[in-house]
Design a protein around this ligand. Structure first.
Ligand code: FAD
Length: 446
């Protein structure tokens, strides 16, 4: 049996490795359009922050190991241009630009996502970059090495933009951030979002909200980001306004699509075709709170979905429960974390939600080093269910978010969560953990 995988990063290589482990005689072919496989995209902002660190450090496993030690037929620089579900073939353009096709018994589409590049003048100029692939990371490092960059303008204020802001400030570069819409981190409770904004501004970054970008101009080595009310001079631009699923070949093959154009899959990761699976950033997923389809492109679910596909292709039956949208990132000294639904998302999904936003301490009363920690928690008035939580703090937010993430997966009520036996010792939390304090207060509003 031949199992073909399109895309050789998190989802694709997880599936390839596990399928070979499960069934060593399975013929596994991976077709990857770039020269890179299996690397940590998530580590790129931190690597860029260290000019002397080799970006190749981010490669988790090399193509040679996949080929020679794991027996995977891994073909880099092989671009899949089309899928023919009736013939069960994929059309490929190889490194020599020659087109050919390969037949499959089972196929996995793990093509990931691509950065959204606005259709505006100047986004193709040298010095205007996006950060998605390892090649992008290399390009950015090289550009910073080869040019006298003093100032960078970042368009967008999502988590990659914020991580890059910290990386570039760490290199002593001036940074200005700009976004068209007026709200900073719109999915976050306003009080928590303003704490994050304060942190960025305290580190010397200009943040211009509500400034539609109209294009980018170039004068010699100088770039100018043209906004509605201000022009921003710089030597490099990072465009970080979001990503879109790579579902073009799936759509052209007639496969059903899900939210935001992602490839629709069931709980076994099967698409609308009985022999084609999809996993990772290109595919949709079930949300454990709403039970509806959602598109939340993050690394753990890409790896986990890759494993599940491999198990299903090799004769087991694995179903994934779904995602809670648990995410965490660092902004200078702050930890920012979320899981589940925000108040607005809960309303949109038909819940009758209410929230609390509290500020408490990260450690026990009077314990040295204690810092403020903000918690927002959302519950449903009708069912009493916990719907989501967000946290911001200098310490204790990142891993603490895992407790409500587990509670969401288990479908717990706020009352049941408030009864959980969470850990306490003075250096780590107050006796009432910040999450328990939030849950106790939320119960009064339900
Ligand atoms: C800067 C950055 C920081 C991040 N930080 C985090 C983080 O902290 N936490 C987190 O959870 N997630 C993070 N992510 C997201 C995470 O990296 C992705 O969720 C994950 O890489 C998705 O894996 P994937 O295999 O689905 O897709 P990808 O990693 O995008 O891989 C898809 C592969 O398919 C190939 N491909 C596409 N089309 C074709 C085709 N037609 N033919 C052949 N090959 C094709 C692509 O070249 C690519 O190699 C970050 C991403 C970036 C860019």
């Amino acid at each position: 049996m031949r199992f073909i995988i399109i895309g050789g990063d998190a989802a694709g290589m997880s599936a390839a490795s596990r399928a070979k482990r499960n069934q060593p005689d399975l013929e596994v072919t991976v077709l990857e359009k770039t020269g890179d496989v299996s690397y940590s995209a998530c580590g790129m902002p931190y690597n860029i922050a260290e000019p002397d660190r080799d970006i190749e450090d981010l490669v988790v496993r090399t193509a040679k190991i996949f080929r020679e030690k794991q027996g995977i037929d891994l073909r880099t620089e092989h671009h899949v241009t089309a899928i023919s579900p009736e013939a069960k073939t994929v059309q490929i353009t190889g490194p020599d630009n020659k087109a050919f096709s390969l037949g499959y018994d089972k196929l996995l589409i793990a093509t990931g996502a691509s950065p959204i590049i606005p259709d505006l003048p100047g986004f193709d100029l040298p010095g205007v970059m996006a950060l998605k692939t390892l090649a992008d990371g290399r390009r950015i490092k090289q550009f910073l090495r080869d040019h006298q960059v003093k100032k960078v303008v970042i368009i967008g204020m999502g988590y990659i933009a914020l991580e890059m802001c910290e990386a570039l400030r760490g290199l002593d570069l001036e940074v200005a951030m700009v976004k068209p819409r007026p709200r900073f981190l719109p999915w976050m409770s306003e009080r928590l979002a303003s704490r994050v904004l304060e942190e960025i501004r305290a580190h010397g970054t200009d943040c211009l909200l509500g400034q539609p970008v109209q294009g980018i101009d170039r004068n010699g080595k100088q770039l100018k980001v043209l906004c509605e009310h201000a022009d921003l001079d710089c030597q490099m631009v990072l465009s970080a306004i979001g990503i879109t699923p790579n579902s073009r070949i799936a759509r052209a093959a007639g496969l059903a699509l899900g939210p935001q154009g992602s490839i629709a899959v069931d709980r076994t990761l099967l698409t609308s075709d009985p022999d084609i699976y999809s996993a990772g950033d290109c595919a949709d997923a079930y949300h454990v709170v709403t039970k509806q389809k959602t598109w939340i492109p993050l690394a753990l679910r890409a790896n986990r979905a890759g494993w599940a596909v491999a198990d299903n292709v090799t004769g087991q039956r694995v179903e994934l429960q779904g995602v809670a949208g648990t995410a965490v990132f660092k902004v200078f000294d702050l930890q920012v974390a979320r899981t589940g639904l925000s108040l607005a998302e809960a309303r949109e999904q038909g819940f009758d939600p209410t929230e609390v936003v509290i500020e408490t301490r990260s450690r026990a009363h009077a314990h040295p080093g204690s810092t403020p920690i903000h918690v927002q928690m959302v519950g449903d008035r009708k069912s009493g269910r916990l719907l989501g939580a967000q946290m911001v703090g200098l310490e204790g937010a990142a891993h603490r978010i895992n407790a409500p993430a587990v509670a969401l997966q288990a479908g717990m009520t706020v009352e049941a969560f408030a009864q959980c036996d969470l850990a306490y010792a003075p250096p780590f939390s107050p006796v009432w953990d910040p999450l328990l304090t939030a849950a106790n207060q939320l119960m009064k509003k339900l």
